[in-house]
Design a binder for this molecule. Structure first.
Ligand code: SF4
Ligand code: SF4
Length: 145
């Protein structure tokens, strides 16, 4: 299938990739830009430690939000100039605070713009697509319709 990009873009149905830490299994989904869920992130740094063995794309940054669940006021930031979208940081999060979204248009003109701060990762994904697409959770394949 050939799309006439940028007039035509994939529009993924449902949420992106996430990990069920209690059951220890991944929930199928597209691996696009991360979403950091502010009221769940404790600043434990496990996502960053997981990424250190892969791409060193996560840096913990201080953002003073003074939330009771994140007393250190540190949150992950992702450098998309390094990230390989493997999802291991999502798997490493014990609190379901880091998930991936369907947002895939991340290209930029300079490397600095690829560095997403925690505040940028708190933002919901922008809708990008026009061609309806879904990932079959049983077969793990992408279908179009
Ligand atoms: S998805 Fe990106 S940020 Fe997360 S572990 Fe993989 S390379 Fe690192
Ligand atoms: S996103 Fe998850 S693993 Fe990363 S610092 Fe926050 S709570 Fe810890």
């Amino acid at each position: 299938m050939t799309l006439r990009y940028p007039e035509q873009k994939l529009d993924f149905e449902g949420p992106g990739y996430s990990f069920d830490a209690k059951a220890g299994v991944g929930r199928p989904g597209f691996k696009g830009r991360h979403l950091l869920i502010e009221d769940k992130c404790t600043g434990c740094q496990l996502c960053g430690i997981a990424c250190d063995g892969i791409a060193v794309a996560i840096e913990m940054q201080e953002v003073k939000l003074d939330r009771p669940h994140n007393k250190k006021n540190i949150w992950p930031a992702v450098d998309y100039g390094r990230c390989v979208f493997c999802g291991l940081c999502v798997d490493a999060c014990p609190f379901d605070a880091l998930v991936m979204t369907n947002e895939f248009e991340l290209a930029a003109y300079d490397r600095a713009s690829l560095k997403y701060t925690p505040q940028m990762l708190f933002e919901p994904a922008k809708p990008t697509g026009t061609v309806k697409t879904k990932i079959d959770p049983k077969k793990g394949v992408v279908t179009h319709g």
